[in-house]
Design a protein around this ligand. Structure first.
Ligand SMILES: [Zn+2]
Length: 370
């Protein structure tokens, strides 16, 4: 029995929103090639994912929306596609959109299945983590919410599941799905909705009804650096995660908090970001890891390789293999330079982080006996 399952298919590249769109399929291919060059798959099951079944997809989306995606994908005329979130810009309709979306969602379901069946203690689908998709609407490059499908599968086996989202954008679609459900704790650490899409994820969004206290948001200001981010993570997120005593964790590993990411303005290094993943793995429960955002071609593969090493317990030398075709552009996994941040921006972001943590403590800690 292998305890680690990695989901991968060349077919992931069909999720292609066009040459000018920032979500490039090469992010996934180059991550796979980098890991291959390391021989990092030795002792790991690399499984070919199945498309998500309609029964499972229906646990996350309305039938009307699923039908609309299918029809738009085949080129059928659907009046007012904007009501389903489609149009020019973030969510264009693209060829084979339905099949491509079923595949990345099925890969996350398979990743959850590997945990639930006892086959694996950790699984990783880099094509998943599309956390912005809503019940009946596409958003933020996301068509189907694979995170919600994976969590729903985990919930069949485990009573308490934690969803951890370290993408720079708020994990709004997942938060919505469990907003009144205390069996799924959602924690998202992100750039503030005041300055970044999707404009939500404030501390005051704590859940409702029986779910009050089980939605945790840590919004941060542009130019937040490793130190302030980890301070917020370790004093805001980790105490609640431990107190919740999850039986399984779904971890969304968006790489876009990196300082070189073109779509957002947090200022993390790869190694600063990795500390949160190490902390999640230290909890010691089964983990379904998913990809997510990340739009700088030279940071995404190395950050997911670092995540892979932490999640699967594989040691990877910091210098990338010379056999890796992008070795010259990505010579090391960790950053060797620091982001340049003006003193007043750094200080403001640190003060903002302290303020947010005070707010998290006062609004949320009492729900968890802290
Ligand atoms: Zn993102």
């Amino acid at each position: 029995m292998s305890e680690r399952v990695f989901l991968y298919s060349d077919e992931y590249q069909r999720y292609d929103m066009g040459a000018d769109h920032p979500l490039r399929p090469s992010r996934l291919v180059n991550t796979y090639r980098l890991l291959s060059a390391y021989s990092a798959f030795d002792g790991v099951v690399v499984a070919h994912p199945k498309p998500c079944s309609l029964d499972w997809l229906g646990t996350a989306h309305s039938q009307e929306y699923i039908d609309a995606v299918d029809r738009l994908s085949t080129g059928e005329h659907v009046p007012f596609p904007g009501r389903y979130g489609f149009g020019h810009g973030d969510n264009p309709v693209f060829p084979d959109m339905y099949e491509a979306s079923l595949l990345y969602t099925g890969a996350s379901l398979d990743a959850a299945e590997a945990i639930c069946s006892g086959e694996a203690r950790a699984s990783f689908n880099i094509s998943g983590g599309l956390h912005h998709a809503h019940f009946d609407r596409a958003a933020g490059f996301c068509v189907f919410n694979d995170c919600v499908v994976a969590i729903n599968r985990l919930r069949e086996r485990f009573d308490r599941v934690a969803y951890i989202d370290i993408d720079v954008h708020h994990g709004d679609g997942v938060q919505e799905a469990y907003y009144s459900d205390p069996s799924v704790l959602t924690i998202s650490i992100h750039e503030s909705g005041q300055t970044l899409f999707p404009g939500t994820g404030f501390v005051k969004e704590i859940g409702e009804g029986g779910g009050a206290g089980y939605s945790v948001n840590l919004p941060l200001w542009p130019y937040t650096d490793d130190e302030a981010w980890y301070y917020a993570w370790s004093t805001g997120a980790m105490p609640i995660l431990r107190a919740f005593r999850p039986e399984a964790i779904c971890l969304e590993c968006g790489t876009d908090p990196h300082y070189l990411d073109p779509l957002a303005r947090l200022c993390l290094t790869a190694q600063g970001w990795l500390k949160a993943i190490d902390d999640v793995m230290s909890i010691g429960v089964p983990v379904v890891a998913l990809g997510g955002g990340g739009y700088n071609a030279t940071t995404v593969p190395r950050m997911w390789a670092l995540a892979y090493g932490s999640i699967f317990g594989v040691q990877l030398a910091d210098e990338t293999p010379t056999a890796f075709e992008h070795h010259a552009k990505i010579p090391t996994l960790r950053d060797t330079e620091e982001p340049e941040i003006a003193m007043h921006d750094r200080d403001y972001a640190r003060g903002y982080a302290r303020q947010m943590i005070e707010e998290v403590r006062s609004r949320l800690f009492s729900y968890h006996g802290l």
